[in-house]
Design a protein around this ligand. Sequence first.
Ligand code: MG
Length: 244
Amino acid sequence: MLSHALKAVIWDFDNTLVDTRARNRSVTRRIIETVTDRAADEFHVLSEQRLYDSAIYRWQNWQDLYRVEFELSQDQIRAAGRLWTGYQAEDSTPTRWFEGIAEVVRRLADWPQAIVSMNTSDNIRAALGHADLGDHFRLVVGCDDVAYERQKPDADGLLHCLDTLTEDEEGTVLYVGDHPVDAQCAANANRELDRRGAALRVVAIGAAYGADAPLDGWPVAPDFQAHAPDDVLAIAGISEPPAT
Ligand SMILES: [Mg+2]
């Protein structure tokens, strides 16, 4: 339960709302082949899904993954970034919303909700449209909405949401994410709120309900863990089903 009133709920996208692992690996394989002119299977972490998944959790963001695992230069990383949206749109690898997560989003309809992600806002809006959930999110902040050097764990995207959805009044904003970088981002947002003297606080929820996301050993531990989507409602203090 939260000690201050809930003001908003902000979500990460990949592997928090939607299981995108297979699609993202498929797109990454094509990008790496284009940028390096080498076969994707030559790169160990692209050869199997489980290896790609564990690499995703090993690195803070995709730029680090590309720099270290694929040994791309900064220019190649930027070129790779420009291919992401188009290749995503052309890739038909299935993605799926986690079981029960859409219902949780709908039950939070009385609070403003937003998404802060390192995927592109176009991809995210397409996924929201397919699930008929677009109206539930007042704001979608993707990687293209935040300066290249200021992606998560920097808090620029999250702070933009807080500034748009709240007025820094006393209260709590939930940030739900599956990756250590999400909890670090929440902590960085709280540092900025402290600097402003704001009474608003971001509470980080580690999402561990479907993507085999390891919650142990995060550099910044989340305030809560959600082992099922409904846990987000319980943490928010909304435990009763709506009247029908
Ligand atoms: Mg994620």
